[in-house]
Design a protein around this ligand. Structure first.
Ligand code: IPM
Ligand code: MG
Length: 373
C-alpha cells in the first residue's frame, strides 16, 4: 500500500531521531511491500528562522493532506530564557494540534525488564508497569484566554472545558481500557477546580456505557505520588491537558529514560506521532540522542494505519536492541559502551530486515569484539 507521511523534523535533536524512525519505516516498507511517500515540513524555531512563523501555512496544508504525521521535537533555548519573546517555537505545535483537532494524546509507559535498574525507583515497585496515559490535548488552560495587564503587574490564564471536549477523549480512553486491564483512572483536581468537577460528572456518566471497565478517581497531587509509589495500580489514566503534560514526564522515570516514550495525537481527520522528550538542545548534532521514542512513535503510526504486524516488527526490534544493550548513553552507566543514535537506528532497521544476521553482528560489536562501527 501507498501512504503519504508528513515529516516535521523540527528543532534540536528532532532531525536526528526522525532520521532513525525513517530507517525503521524504510525497513518495514521493504519487508512488507509498502510505499511511504514523505513530505517534509517546517515547524518550530527552525521555521521562525526561515519564515518568521513557527507554523507556516504550507506545513498545515501538508499535514492535512497526509495519512499520518511524524514529528520530532520543538524548542530552542534562545526562546526559553526570554519571557518577552513575541513568537515562540511551541506556538507552532500548539497551533498545529488545534488546527488539526488532535484532541487525544496517548502516551504509553512501560517498564522494560532489561532496563529496570535504570529507573531510580525500586525495582519491585515498577516491574511489570504498563500504563496508557490519555491526555486531552486541545483544551484547558493551554488554550484558554491569556492576558497580561498593561502595567505588567498581573497575568491571567483561563481554563475552560466543554462536555463535548471531555466526552470524545473519554470514549477513546474507555475503549482502550476494554482491550487492556479494564480500568480507567480519572486524574483531576475536583476538590478545587470547576472544570475538574465537570470532568468527573461527564466521565462518570460515560463509564455507564462501559460496565466492564472500572472507573477510579484520583486528585492530581495524589496521582503524582501514586505514580511513583505504586505505578502498577494504573491501566489507563485519563486526564486534562496540563495535568497530562506533567504526569507523563513524571511517568517517564518509570521506564528509566524519557528517551523511550512515544506518543500519538489523534483527531477525527488527522493523526500525529512524536517522541515526548523534546528538543534536548545540548545533544543536538552529537549523535547521542536516544532514537527509540521516535522509532516507537513510528510503530504507533503504523498501528494507526492498521498495519499491526508491521508495528509489532518495529516494537520487537526495539525490544531486541534494549535486550542486547544496543542503546544510547541515557540508558547506560557512565562507563558502559553506548551506541550512537544512528547506530541504534541502523540496528533496528537491520533487525526488521534480517533478524538473524543483525542479531549476531551487532551483539559482537556491542560487546567490543568488532571495530566496524
Ligand atoms: C509536550 C510538550 C509540549 C506541551 C510543549 C513543547 C508545548 O511539553 O508535548 O508534552 O506542553 O504540550
Ligand atoms: Mg510535556
Amino acid at each position: 500500500m501507498k501512504y503519504n507521511i508528513a515529516v516535521i523534523p523540527g528543532d534540536g535533536i528532532g532531525p536526528e531521531v526522525i532520521a532513525q524512525a525513517k530507517k525503521a519505516l524504510k525497513a518495514v516498507a521493504d519487508v512488507y511491500d509498502h510505499v511511504f511517500i514523505y513530505k517534509e515540513a517546517l515547524m518550530g524555531a527552525c521555521a521562525i528562522d526561515k519564515t518568521g512563523n513557527p507554523l507556516p501555512d504550507e506545513t498545515i496544508e501538508i499535514c492535512k493532506q497526509s495519512d499520518a504525521i511524524l514529528f520530532g521535537a520543538i524548542g530552542d533555548p534562545k526562546y526559553d530564557n526570554d519571557p518577552t519573546a513575541k513568537v515562540r517555537p511551541e506556538q507552532g505545535l500548539l497551533k498545529l494540534r488545534k488546527e488539526l483537532g488532535l484532541y487525544c494524546n496517548v502516551r504509553p509507559v512501560k517498564a522494560y525488564d532489561k532496563l529496570i535498574s535504570n529507573s531510580p525507583l525500586k525495582k519491585e515497585n515498577i516491574k511489570g508497569t504498563d500504563i496508557s496515559i490519555f491526555r486531552e490535548l486541545t483544551g484547558g488552560i493551554y488554550f484558554g484566554v491569556k492576558e497580561l495587564s498593561d502595567d505588567g503587574q498581573s497575568a491571567f490564564d483561563g481554563c475552560a472545558y466543554t462536555v463535548e471536549e471531555i466526552s470524545r477523549i473519554s470514549h477513546l480512553a474507555f475503549k482502550a481500557a476494554q482491550n487492556r486491564k479494564k480500568k480507567v483512572t480519572l486524574v483531576d483536581k475536583a476538590n478545587v477546580l470547576e472544570t475538574s468537577r465537570l470532568w468527573r460528572k461527564t466521565v462518570t456518566e460515560i463509564a455507564k456505557v462501559y460496565p466492564e471497565v472500572t472507573l477510579e478517581y484520583l486528585f492530581v497531587d495524589n496521582a503524582a505520588m501514586q505514580l511513583i509509589l505504586n505505578p502498577k495500580q494504573f491501566d489507563v489514566i485519563l486526564t486534562e491537558n496540563l495535568f497530562g503534560d506533567i504526569i507523563s514526564d513524571e511517568a517517564s522515570v518509570i521506564g528509566g529514560s524519557i528517551g523511550l516514550l512515544a506518543s500519538s495525537s489523534i483527531g477525527d481527520k488527522n493523526a500525529l506521532f512524536e517522541p515526548i522528550h523534546g528538543s534536548f538542545p545540548q545533544a543536538k548534532g552529537k549523535d547521542i540522542a536516544n532514537p527509540l521514542a521516535s522509532i516507537l512513535s513510528a510503530a504507533m503510526l503504523l498501528q494507526h494505519l492498521g498495519l499491526y504486524e508491521e508495528a509489532t516488527a518495529i516494537e520487537n526490534a526495539v525490544e531486541k536492541s534494549i535486550n542486547l544493550g544496543i542503546t544510547t548513553v541515557d540508558l547506560k552507566g557512565k562507563d558502559a559502551y553506548a551506541a550512537p543514535c544512528s547506530k541504534v537506528g541502523d540496528f533496528v532497521a537491520d533487525y526488521i530486515e534480517n533478524q538473524n544476521d543483525s542479531n549476531i553482528n551487532f551483539k559482537n560489536i556491542h560487546m567490543g569484539n568488532s571495530t566496524i562501527i
